[in-house]
Design a protein around this ligand. Structure first.
Ligand SMILES: NC(=O)C1=CN([C@@H]2O[C@H](COP(=O)(O)OP(=O)(O)OC[C@H]3O[C@@H](n4cnc5c(N)ncnc54)[C@H](O)[C@@H]3O)[C@@H](O)[C@H]2O)C=CC1
Ligand SMILES: O=C(O)[C@@H]1CCC=N1
Length: 264
């Protein structure tokens, strides 16, 4: 299977890294485009794939074509490539807000379009993404995209409306989690821990906690209660987090994120 990426920024690089590491396809079966010679050389070296300046070359090469530019470039890119995209190519969007009908309309011919929402932990094989195909896609086409995305993490099929929510809960959420890790590490540094060690402790605590949610099936509140010893240290931290509005801050942040995605 030939996979093409139009644009090779943060998200495409994370996906390509995961695809290669997990041997979903060989590096020779991936072609990506980038605008500048400097970034083409950098990505060639970093990812070991072929790079081109020509989006139309990528579009003609790909059996699965991933549009990995910012949402506001979608219109120009689709207009540039639409006459070289073969009728049976699976076109994959990773952009928030750009609806299947809008993308279909721009191609001006019936095509298989799949909307997805990945996240950057794809780079380490721990991505979370969703997938939603248009009416032209068979279940095999959707499976093909799921297989690619499963190469760099977990993936679930959703209804299109749910993609806006996925943007908030997994597409963008690594940023909030990194902020949380950074904040915990800052506090540890303030108490005397060397910074590199503080990142290791904070990040491993987040990783282990996430695994407990996924692997025990217990309610997060129950897992929290298991950490809070009576008259102990943790309940003091919980009290302050509630007082400072952690839950409300996360809730409001995600509402703003999802709203922005709907407006794109
Ligand atoms: N960064 C993330 O965590 C996630 C990003 N996304 C989506 O992925 C897409 C890409 O986002 P990022 O990788 O973060 O952005 P980015 O800015 O890192 O990468 C986009 C790349 O596209 C290139 N580009 C722009 N116009 C181009 C053109 N006409 N032809 C070829 N290349 C062109 C840019 O030079 C840049 O390298 C966006 O639609 C974004 O919403 C989705 C989920 C997560
Ligand atoms: O910030 C953004 O717009 C993209 C979409 C989801 C994560 N990053």
């Amino acid at each position: 299977m030939k996979i093409g990426f139009i644009g090779c920024g943060n998200m495409a690089s994370a996906m390509i890294g995961g695809i290669i590491k997990n041997q979903v396809v060989a590096p020779a079966d991936i072609l990506a485009s980038a605008k500048t010679e400097v970034s083409r050389e950098k990505k060639k070296e970093e990812l070991g794939i072929a790079m081109t300046a020509d989006n139309r070359e990528v579009a003609a090469f790909a059996e699965v074509l991933i549009l990995a530019v910012k949402p506001f470039y979608y219109e120009d890119v689709i207009k540039e490539i639409r006459d070289v995209v073969a009728d049976d190519t699976i076109v994959v969007s990773i952009a928030p807000g750009k609806k299947l009908t809008w993308i279909e309309g721009l191609f001006e011919k019936p095509l298989k379009i799949v909307r997805t929402m990945p996240n950057t932990p794809a780079l380490v094989g721990e991505g979370m993404s969703c997938v939603c195909g248009n009416a032209k896609c068979s279940s095999e086409d959707v499976d093909t995209v799921c297989r690619i995305f499963a190469g760099f993490g977990k993936t679930e099929i959703v209804e299109e409306d749910m993609i806006d929510v996925v943007v908030g809960v997994s597409g963008s959420s690594p940023a909030y989690v990194f902020m949380f890790i950074e904040a915990m590490a800052d506090a540890a540094v303030a108490d005397g821990m060397p910074r590199a060690q503080a990142y290791r402790f904070a990040a491993q605590a987040v990783l282990g906690s996430a695994k407990m949610v996924l692997e025990t099936g217990k309610h997060p509140g129950e897992l929290k209660d298991m950490v809070c010893s009576p008259k102990g240290t943790t309940i003091e931290a919980v009290r302050v987090l509630e007082e400072k509005g952690l839950r409300s801050a996360v809730f409001e942040a995600m509402k703003a994120c999802v709203k922005k995605g709907r407006e794109v």
